[in-house]
Design a protein around this ligand. Structure first.
Ligand code: HEM
Length: 126
């Protein structure tokens, strides 16, 4: 589980860093919100979840752990793609807003699931 999350986190970082370099070169910072969320929600949160699995959860593979990973990754993908479309003016706010809202709730629910896994797992309590 930690390996999937680690690789996914580096995938998010690749897109986030490329977008940052593009913004720097083009002097067009319109996508700074998508860049920041790709790196913070996509890269850093996935990386932290990979560390949680590796260090405290013993890479446990339960149904909840799988749901947590899939929910976090899908929500982060939808959130960052939605922000990219909003700030790239591909869709107006009233169209993309509800999608961003649902994706944000997905990110938060996945966070709560990881919190629960850490609270419940014996190794994480030591
Ligand atoms: C290749 C490396 C990077 C480049 C070229 C880059 C480039 C940029 C640029 C051009 C901006 C817009 C600044 C502005 O308009 O105020 C920005 C903002 C931001 N970047 Fe990066 N960035 C890089 C790496 C990172 C990393 C590693 C993180 C976090 C893990 C990060 C997080 C942020 C955040 C949070 C903002 C928003 C700051 C604000 O609201 O003023 N960036 N970045």
């Amino acid at each position: 589980m930690s390996r999937y999350l680690l690789l996914l986190s580096f995938g998010f970082a690749t897109f986030g860093l490329v977008l940052g370099i593009y913004m720097g070169i083009s002097q067009n910072h319109a996508q700074l919100v998508a860049h920041a969320h790709l790196l913070l929600v996509g890269f850093l949160m996935s990386f932290v979840y990979a560390l949680c699995h590796r260090l405290w959860l013993g890479d446990l593979i339960t149904r909840l752990a799988k749901i947590q990973m899939v929910l976090h990754v899908l929500s982060a993908l939808v959130l960052t793609a939605g922000l990219f479309m909003l700030y790239g003016q591909i869709f107006p706010g009233h169209v993309i807003g509800p999608v961003l809202g649902i994706a944000s709730i997905g990110v938060f629910l996945a966070f709560l699931m990881m919190f629960w896994l850490l609270l419940k797992h014996p190794q994480a309590r030591q």
